[in-house]
Ligand binder design. Structure first.
Ligand SMILES: Cc1cc2nc3c(=O)[nH]c(=O)nc-3n(C[C@H](O)[C@H](O)[C@H](O)COP(=O)(O)OP(=O)(O)OC[C@H]3O[C@@H](n4cnc5c(N)ncnc54)[C@H](O)[C@@H]3O)c2cc1C
Length: 443
């Protein structure tokens, strides 16, 4: 249910660096909670960038709280009844249906990253959030009583800074003094998004793009290829995760020739070959890198926090990177309203404590899914095709970040202050608090 109504002013000033999904969610949620928000984004103008992105029900419920946003997102999101899973030769293995999941957990939003981002961006502007484009943050500072950033030579002071500056976060290096070197994961992804007209004309591919949306995954030896149509079949997107030892460059705008993907997918299902033929050249070629988990996401004086990809990048097979970025924003907004202006540092520390273990567990699902698909023994798989279904678990999807933070803030702060005493009082440990499904069940 949309509840965009704003709480009374807390007097807390928050500067947010970056207007991706982490930054915009933090901004909208902080605004809802009555904090004063300023967003600084380095892009000089809004551009519709990217291709397919997924928001699972755990973040879908955040969109639904924002007046009018679900109605704008609904016409542009993928709507199929399920994910067909096939071998690379095209044999049907199983179908994972979404109907029951939707009833159990709520709505997921999968669509074009740039189009969804545009809707959220304009929603933030409509509710009165101050977003300044063309403001690249070059430096951060903090004292016991305030924090801030420097952008375009101007100094912006506030109570708390949220560095939502993405996977190549400068905030991470400046704030934590931590050079976070990416390591090759040995995999890369080809990605693309295009008009489906050519696929509709071919009888072998028409089923993917006519009479509604379709979602299909082909699994082969150490490779998977997932295709989806969107907007009643009008748009089409595919991604292919494959082995790649070439280098560790990463970026959403790095391109690679279609012929490379054709080589990787040689001998695959003729439907896949036809999809490749209809695909415009070049593709986005995104190297998947590993980053070790950061030891902390918050600054020494606890007035600056990393959120979203800046704090915790995700493998795409987790299907959770954007959702966890949104959960960060919703959690931080609650923590600051609970802490109040006089105890912002307590709120920032509680944010990290509330989020850290859940995020680690969600990150881990990305590796598990990739290994499940890429290392599959097809003799075993054919005996138990359902083993290839995505694991859709309660603890991850049946979760409401706002409610969870509301309910667990006080226990978390007590734990941070005096873990021994809290233990004696029989208050659950941080791990137990985070693993609790009490909130999830009531969501
Ligand atoms: C251009 C682009 C295209 C993408 N396409 C896809 C896609 O197709 N599919 C997918 O699943 N994910 C995509 N992503 C990543 C996805 O949006 C994130 O993984 C996820 O949503 C978490 O978002 P985030 O806000 O933490 O990071 P991001 O979405 O990366 O946002 C970070 C923001 O911070 C800004 N920024 C960086 N440094 C500074 C600075 N010094 N000062 C001010 N602002 C700064 C960046 O310009 C960016 O807008 C894309 C990201 C970008 C930036």
């Amino acid at each position: 249910m949309a509840t965009s109504q704003r709480s009374s002013s807390t007097g807390i000033k928050v500067v947010i660096v970056g207007a991706g999904f982490a930054g915009l969610t933090a901004a909208i949620e902080c605004h809802r909670k009555g904090h004063e928000v300023l967003v600084l984004e380095s892009f000089p103008e809004l551009k519709i960038l990217g291709d397919i992105i997924s928001f699972a029900p755990n973040s879908g419920r955040i969109f639904q709280r924002w007046e009018g946003v679900d109605a704008k997102l609904d016409p542009i999101i993928h709507k199929s009844d399920g994910l067909r899973i096939k071998t690379w030769k095209g044999e049907d293995l199983t179908k994972q249906t979404w109907g029951e999941e939707g009833k159990k957990y709520g709505k997921a939003y999968n669509g074009h990253r740039g189009e969804i981002h545009e809707i959220v961006y304009y929603h933030a502007l409509e509710i009165g959030i101050d977003i300044r484009l063309g403001h690249k943050v070059d430096d951060y500072f903090e004292t016991e009583s305030e924090a801030g950033v420097i952008a375009n030579g101007e100094r912006f002071t506030c109570d708390a800074v949220l560095a939502a500056d993405g996977v190549r976060s400068k905030g991470r290096t400046i704030v934590l003094g931590y050079e976070d070197k990416p390591k090759s994961s040995g995999y890369a992804i080809y990605r693309t998004w295009f008009d489906s007209a050519a696929l509709a004309d071919d009888p072998d591919t028409a089923w993917m793009v006519t009479n509604g949306d379709r979602h299909c995954c082909w699994i082969g030896p150490d490779i998977h290829f997932i295709a989806a149509s969107v907007k009643n079949g009008k748009d089409f997107s595919w991604v292919c995760t494959h082995k790649d030892e070439a280098d560790v460059e990463e970026g959403w705008q790095e391109t690679g020739p279609l012929s490379d993907a054709m080589k990787v997918l040689e001998g695959w299902d003729p439907v896949v070959q036809k999809i490749l033929k209809a695909t415009p050249d070049p593709l986005i070629d995104w190297k998947l890198v590993y980053r070790d988990p950061l030891p902390t996401w918050i600054s020494p004086k606890r007035r600056i926090a990393l959120i979203g990809d800046a704090a915790h990048p995700f493998l795409p097979t987790s299907i959770q990177g954007a959702s966890q970025a949104m959960e960060d924003g919703a959690t931080m907004a609650v923590c600051l309203s609970k802490s109040g202006k006089a105890h912002v540092q307590e709120g920032v520390a509680a944010f990290e404590a509330l989020r850290y273990e859940r995020v680690r567990a969600a990150q881990k699902t990305g590796e598990d899914t990739r290994n499940m698909w890429h290392k599959a023994d097809f003799d075993d798989v054919k005996k138990n095709p359902d083993s290839m279904k995505l694991k859709r678990e309660d603890w991850l999807l049946n979760f409401d970040a706002e409610e969870y933070a509301e309910k667990n803030y006080a226990a978390t702060v007590a734990l941070l202050k005096d873990p021994v005493a809290v233990r004696q009082l029989n208050v659950p440990s941080r791990t137990e608090v985070l693993a609790s499904t009490e909130v999830a069940a009531s969501a």
